[in-house]
Design a protein around this ligand. Structure first.
Ligand code: DAH
Length: 357
């Protein structure tokens, strides 16, 4: 009987699942089980033998029955644990898939430009998109008859019947923010002004609304050399390269004297733009020393203060850096395009962490 007990307790402990356990039950205490047969044999025993064997067999049967049910419970717990592990769900995970929405390249580039100029001590200034004829033109030394007015394809706002003031305009550039900032903050001054601007034009490289960033630095000792250094630092940081060649080409703007357009050295080998090498030049911005009349229009004495300014197309430098061939796609709101060219909302551009990745 001890052998039977050891055998079945061992087998029960080792059973792998409920089916194996059921087989063991049948084999031991089922109708024709080993122990059941022994119990049936009690009838042929002498009363003395029966008195000994009967209780012992009953005890064995009880022991095996409880070992079976204990093992069954243990197997059930293990199965439940297993299932719980399989169905485990982290309810703190975001319910929506990642990158449902992306940061538009224009927003990304505006952030990148802002981060770079912030490191150089420039703060961000803003102005209205509907502005007066005075801020958009006159204060910038562009009088009424000036050809620059016609060149800009200006959108004019309607005036009420009988209102004879010159119409307001959708600003054609960010330069009017120079005047507004001088009025609001005086000198010395170091600002950039990013924002939307408008011109009546539409083709692969022109849209009626686009974006510029204006720069202005005023102080008592500012020269063209400061302009050159600031722009070189900017272009290196923005294109994430160690070296750039800039070419300052004499130009003309009514609001700067002297004026220069700035080109960067680049190559188009294999159809992709590489900045800092090659034999091509690419125009990226207009700049110059702020015209004394403009400084005076901002309410600052041009005998004491002078400075530099520049203006650059954000959409254009975004196209160059990120290889976007058609300007119009910026404004189509095509989700496939946004998923391809967009940026993760959690990657904030900054100079130590990396502008783009
Ligand atoms: N406002 C000019 C434009 O839209 C760009 C520009 C050129 C801005 C020279 C400046 C500058 O501040 O100095 O074409």
């Amino acid at each position: 009987m001890d052998d039977l007990k050891a055998k079945y307790l061992g087998l029960i402990a080792a059973a792998a699942d409920e089916a194996a356990l059921e087989d063991l039950r049948v084999q031991a205490i089922g109708k024709k089980g080993e122990i059941s047969l022994k119990m049936r044999a009690l009838g042929q025993m002498s009363p003395e033998e029966r008195q000994l064997a009967g209780p012992a067999l009953n005890a064995l049967k009880d022991e095996i029955t409880s070992a079976l049910s204990a093992k069954k419970a243990a197997l059930g717990d293990a199965a439940l644990d297993e299932r719980l592990r399989g169905e485990w769900l982290d309810v703190t995970l975001p319910a929506r898939g990642r990158r449902q929405g992306t940061i538009h390249p224009i927003s990304q580039v505006t952030e990148e430009v802002t981060a770079i100029f912030a490191e150089m001590g420039f703060s961000v200034a803003e102005g209205p998109r509907i502005d007066s004829d005075w801020y958009n033109f006159d204060a910038l030394n562009i009088p009424g008859h000036h050809p620059a007015r016609a060149e800009m394809d200006t959108f004019y706002m309607a005036r009420a019947e009988g209102d004879n003031r010159p119409p307001n305009v959708l600003r054609t550039h960010t330069s009017p923010v120079q005047i507004r900032s001088m009025e609001a903050m005086g000198a010395p001054l170091r600002i950039i002004c990013p924002g939307g601007v408008y011109r009546a034009d539409y083709d692969q490289t022109h849209t009626p609304m686009f974006h510029q960033v204006e720069g202005l630095a005023l102080d008592t000792d500012i020269s063209m050399a400061n302009l050159k250094w600031v722009l070189e630092e900017f272009v290196k940081a923005y294109f994430e390269v160690d070296h750039v060649d800039l070419r300052f080409r004499a130009s003309h703007f009514p609001f700067t004297e002297p004026s220069a357009e700035v080109d960067i050295r680049c190559s188009w080998e294999g159809g992709t733009l590489k900045v800092g090498e090659g034999d091509d030049w690419l125009e990226i911005l207009g700049s110059g020393m702020v015209h004394p009349k403009v400084i005076a229009a901002g309410g600052i004495d041009p005998e004491i203060y002078q400075g530099f300014a520049f203006g650059m197309g954000i959409d254009r430098i975004a196209m160059l850096k990120y290889g976007i061939p058609d300007l119009r796609a910026f404004f189509d709101s095509d989700l496939r395009w946004l998923r391809h060219y967009g940026f993760s909302a959690l990657d904030m551009p900054n100079l130590h962490g990396g502008l783009s990745r």
